[in-house]
Design a protein around this ligand. Sequence first.
Ligand code: PXG
Ligand code: PLP
Length: 437
Amino acid sequence: MHEPNDLSAFWMPFTDNRAFKQHPRMFVAAEGMHYTAAAGHKVLDATGGLWCVNAGHARRPIIDAIKAAAEQLDFAPTFQLAHPAAFEAASRLALLMPAGLDRIFFTNSGSESVDTALKIALAYQKARGMGGKTRLIGRERGYHGVGFGGISVGGIVGNRRQFGTLLTGVDHLRHTHDPARNAFSRGLPLHGADLAEDLERLVALHGAETIAAVIVEPVAGSTGVLVPPVGYLQRLREICDKHDILLIFDEVITAFGRVGKATAAERFGVSPDIITMAKGLTNAAVPMGAVAARREVHDCIVNAAAPGIELFHGYTYSGHPLAAAAAIATLDIYAAEGLFDKAIELEDYWSDAVHSLKGARHVIDCRNYGLMGGIELAPRPGAPTKRALEVFHRAFDSGLLIRVTGDIIALSPPLILEKSHIDEIFGRLGEILALID
Ligand code: PXG
Ligand code: PLP
């Protein structure tokens, strides 16, 4: 029963396992902007793998760094011991963070980064004698990974409803998606900064003295590219300051050039207290995540602790040698090739291309920021998500990888792409949309 090519044992994540195993679509190689599918054809990667391959596929310096690391030191614990590359990776990453966020905790994924950030927020409030501040505030439609902390502050019902009562003491802001006022906005939508006032409403309901932290994605990715309204993030920051609440930006998607700077925090000029990252940190070549904390947050927890371990948290693989090596090599590529700036340089061309689909069949909204694009389709009557899924399948078969979530097409290409790739992506999408019902 268990042949090497048997597909039954791998219980695939976030997948329609029955459909996939009837009709598998696999990749066997990748380079630059393209995958090679098992069937042999090249597939243009308009999603950076899964929002993570920001420097393009199979980058030689990253491969070489991983190889060298594996040969030198396959593994070393970082609990009460360590190895130099973990410190170097942390120092390098700290240099890219907004001023003051220079204390780095390593994880292996975005989900772990989110749970780490929430725990740091709680430990900080306790360390400063505000142990009553335990509530965590997320936002509707937010995606913060799949740990219990992340799905509790997250706001996607499908990711929550199978899993019981989740964390207690969590509440949510309303999301900012408002197509009635903002459809086809280029860049930041004009309307909706007032939705940040939801935080005032939750403070009035629960009391600021019970709230530890607010977590949001600066630009929501997984839920379908929701760009924050002009002034919204600034207003959230002000209300957090007013009520002594930590602000966490979940930058698992938005960090490392996706919106044209090292972080969305930098692009928006809004500095949170904690930033979560993963994905582009290693160009996805080895799993790694990280949390950047404001130095005062770190120092408060460390200084308040009795002699001994200060934060009872960590992963076997925090700062893993292969991941640390991959991170350093990746950050080198971003710097050497000016890839964050490249996202800014291409932003207008990208924006024009995204909005060229206004008027295409089925399209009810186009959204963009940095090198992120969202194209929302009208759902098929009685069959939501099916239309976008058909676009996904047709695109794949014709040599284009896109991501669909609900009836939204989400795009986040590697930052190395050229204008000709942009033309190809949107030309192909336009053709497919014209073809399907
Ligand atoms: N926070 C944010 C903002 C994310 O986008 C995570 C946390 C979790 O990261 P890990 O590494 O645990 O998956 C993410 C991940 C999609 C899609 O296109 C999005 C993500 C992952 C997989 C698919 O819907 N985002
Ligand atoms: N479960 C058991 C039984 C363990 O011993 C450990 C780690 O030692 C874990 C879970 C956590 O694994 P990780 O540190 O890789 O997250």
